[in-house]
Design a protein. Structure first.
Length: 327
């Protein structure tokens, strides 16, 4: 890491936490926040949406490509998107962080700042209510997000029906293009990162690189879709085709995409955009946040312009991770 200053090993757990707590976003549902064995949050609706995600140095982010701020922002945004994909409103986050003892306190503080700014920008009122800090050979985050249904029925993957319209809110393919740009310009054949080249890549391609390092999922669109009668929905985290196939399997239908409405191959197979993919009844008013990209058809799996799309596409950490390639 390029940061200088005291490390978390130098100052210890207590002092590090004392520096982190003031930087974290506060949840509007907090009854009792960080500092005790558990946090206490209010649940006015009586139902809680819960999701968890691991972000591991290597498969999920690279030190050098990502700053501590980037890591915090992305960890926050990706978990908020899962709550939104159920039609929920994010309220609280619990964050477990493990890092090597020689990690600078500044890097950990920047993770907290990334969480604060992402939550403030994407889901105002959602905050970090607790977590844990430990040591490990690499940086790892385990984030649990909680949300409320707020009187709306959760939208699952299994409700799509033949004839439904398929629509998406958010961008497709930008995060994959951003990752390709970073690896092409800033990562050598041994997997080493050139920080100066990262800055140059970001300056030359700000939209694509930002989509990869600091995604901005359309969090509010999830609840909008639920209120508009969405029958099925999910966060496009692993790629449009791969995630659409999950809806198709859960619902016992096929998803047929219109390629002209989608764009290039990156939009079909690239991951990490965290767009909202939703199905709506044919007579529903499609919210303005969404654009129609296909329909639900008889059969199974994913089709593009009526033809079965056989390529797996998307991101599978067990099959796709490489230290030297974005592919």
């Amino acid at each position: 890491m390029s940061e200088t200053g005291p490390t978390i090993g130098d100052v210890g757990e207590g002092a590090t936490l004392a520096r982190i707590f003031p930087l974290l976003p506060e949840s509007r549902r907090t009854v009792l926040g960080p500092g005790d064995d558990c946090a206490i949050i209010a649940v006015p609706d009586g139902r809680v949406a819960v999701t968890t995600d691991l972000l591991i140095e290597g498969p999920d982010f690279r030190i050098g490509l990502s700053t501590g701020y980037d890591v915090g922002w992305k960890a926050c945004a990706t978990n908020l998107a899962d709550i939104a994909a159920m039609g929920g409103t994010p309220t609280s986050l619990v964050v477990g962080l493990a890092a090597p003892a020689d990690t600078t306190v500044r890097f950990v503080e920047d993770i907290a700042r990334g969480f604060h700014d992402a939550a403030t920008a994407l889901a105002p009122g959602c905050g970090v209510v607790g977590g844990d800090l430990s040591t490990a050979p690499i940086v790892m985050l385990a984030v649990t997000a909680l949300g409320e249904c707020d009187g709306v029925e959760p939208v699952t993957r299994s409700g799509a029906s033949i004839g439904n319209v398929v629509a998406v809110a958010g961008q497709l393919g930008l995060a994959k293009r951003g990752l390709d740009i970073l690896f092409d310009r800033a990562v050598d054949s041994d997997g080493n990162v050139d920080p100066a080249a990262v800055a140059e890549a970001w300056a030359a391609h700000p939209i694509e690189v930002s989509a990869q390092l600091r995604p901005e999922p359309p969090i509010g669109a999830g609840r909008v879709a639920a209120l508009a009668g969405a029958t099925a929905m999910m966060d496009v985290s692993d790629g449009l085709v791969l995630d659409a196939r999950r809806i198709a399997t859960a619902s016992g239908v096929a998803i047929d995409f219109d390629l002209a409405s989608i764009g290039d191959i990156d939009a079909l197979t690239g991951g990490e955009d965290h767009a909202m993919l939703a199905c709506f009844p044919v007579n529903a008013t499609i919210p303005s946040e969404f654009r129609v990209i296909g329909r639900v058809a008889p059969g199974e799996g994913v089709l593009v312009d009526g033809v079965v799309f056989d390529a797996r596409g998307g991101w599978d950490p067990f099959a796709d991770y490489s230290a030297t390639s974005s592919q």
